[in-house]
Design a protein around this ligand. Structure first.
Ligand SMILES: *Cc1c(COP(=O)(O)O)cnc(C)c1O
Length: 241
């Protein structure tokens, strides 16, 4: 137990330092990059260890798995929960109740349900639009793999930006997986280009975020402008899924 605790602490510190170094080398401010520690499949003691190491943003990708864990972790003013996985619209209420951020808003239907629930709870949920940069069938979100289709997303965005329960912070993606982190770069560039395209056509205040970068490629993502990196295994060790 003690050994595990020390490892997670060291891993967490190393990732924090790496983020800062990569940011500075890219001419960016380290504070502009936020770290979400993705704790999916991890048990409570591992989650508590990374919180003890200083983590304040924890991410989960299944609502049903996350709720009992969130209930068991001691709440503090600083601890924020991020939903990063696909959410069925009938789970919108649970997301509003348990999470402070949604990185994976992937449909108009989910947006509408979330907004209704948020308004009822007197909340505004910060969200990011999930887009599919590689056009893969296995990935959620609006397909932005072909620039010519970008305008076709406007009707959904028109409706989402006026929803009173949501605050649109930016965009998120998961690129196709390659072992070489450099292979992610064109996808992260594409995400940034898409964000700039949306910013040009809509004046959404606070629409600045790019949620991109995981254990294998967060350095590249930071070089390409990421503001939220979502990291699991590099801090918590390998997992089965
Ligand atoms: C699991 C997951 C991550 C973290 O992946 P690691 O390889 O463990 O860093 C990031 N984002 C999403 C959406 C995930 O599901």
């Amino acid at each position: 137990m003690l050994k595990m605790r020390i490892n997670i602490h060291d891993n967490y510190q190393q990732v924090i330092e790496r983020i800062a170094t990569v940011a500075i080398n890219a001419g960016r401010k380290p504070d502009d990059i936020h770290l979400v520690v993705v704790t999916k499949t991890q048990p409570i003691d591992v989650m508590q260890a990374v919180i003890d190491a200083g983590a304040t943003n924890l991410g989960e990708n299944y609502v049903e798995e996350a709720i009992p864990k969130i209930d068991r972790i001691t709440k503090t003013e600083y601890l924020k929960w991020h939903m990063v996985g696909h959410v069925q619209s009938r789970k919108a209420l649970a997301v509003c109740k348990y999470f402070q951020y949604l990185h994976s808003l992937d449909s108009l239907k989910l947006a509408e349900r979330l907004s209704i629930n948020a308004v009822e709870m007197n909340k505004i949920i910060p969200v990011m639009l999930e887009v599919n940069v590689g056009g893969e069938d296995s990935k959620s979100g609006w397909d932005i793999s072909n620039d010519e289709n970008w305008f076709s997303i406007f009707p959904d965005i028109d409706k989402i930006i006026v929803l009173p329960g949501l605050n649109l912070l930016g965009v998120m993606t998961i690129p196709p997986y390659f072992t070489d982190p450099e292979a992610s770069r064109p996808y992260y560039r594409r995400l940034r280009k898409f964000k700039d395209f949306i910013s040009k056509h809509y004046k959404i205040s606070g629409f600045n975020d790019l949620s991109m970068g995981m254990s294998s490629d967060y350095e590249v993502a930071i070089q390409e402008g990421s503001t939220w990196v979502r990291i699991g295994q590099a801090i918590l060790g390998p997992r089965s899924r």
